[in-house]
Structure formats: C-alpha cells, structure tokens
Design a protein around this ligand. Structure first.
Ligand code: ZN
Length: 106
C-alpha cells in the first residue's frame, strides 16, 4: 500500500483517539475526517494485510477465541480537505477493557 511505504503509523491527526467513525444504515463502517466539521467521511483508497498468522496470544486469557492474528491497514483520504492518512485494525494489540487503557491512561 503506497502510503504505508512512507510511514508505519498514521499522523498526529489520527493518533491518540482523534480518529472516529460509525456505521451507516447497515453494517458498513466509515471513518470521519479528524480535520473537517460535521463528521465528513473519509474515502478508503486501499488496504493491506500487514500481518497474518494462525492463533492469537490472547486466546489463553480471554473468553473469546480468535482463529488468527492479523493487522489490516487502511489508506484514508478526505475529498474535502485533502487529508491523507492511515489507520490499522488488528487483534494483536489491546483486546479487552476500556478505551482509556488503550490510550495509556490509568
Ligand atoms: Zn477533511
């Protein structure tokens, strides 16, 4: 994925809880531009699977069992302001509890 060749993480615009999103009338999920007002939706230009392997290190400690570990990265673009960024969804990092813990807050 082109944007991931430039950097391994998103910019400050999306880090530390600044990227939000929601589903539409069905189950499709959309990310909102962190710079534009009124939840302007970002276009997902591309994705890449950055990591995939069988099993998951949290299976021994959590009730739910994941058949694999994965990291999927999305290349995001705002048609309105031109923001180009990336975000990752995975099951190898934080897996349980409240959002504040994922942000490193007590
Ligand atoms: Zn924008």
């Amino acid at each position: 994925m082109k944007i991931m060749k430039k950097r391994t993480h998103g910019t400050d615009a999306v880090m530390n809880g600044k990227l939000h999103g929601a589903t539409d009338q069905t189950d499709y999920f959309y990310f909102f531009c962190p710079k534009c007002p009124k939840n302007h939706m970002l276009r997902v230009l591309d994705y890449s699977i950055n990591h995939e392997e069988p099993g998951n290190r949290y299976n021994d400690t959590l009730k739910s069992k994941a058949p694999r570990s994965f990291v999927i990265a999305f290349d995001l673009y705002c048609e309105q302001c031109g923001l180009r960024d990336c975000v990752k969804v995975s099951n190898v990092g934080w897996q349980d509890g409240q959002h504040a813990k994922a942000l490193g807050k007590p």
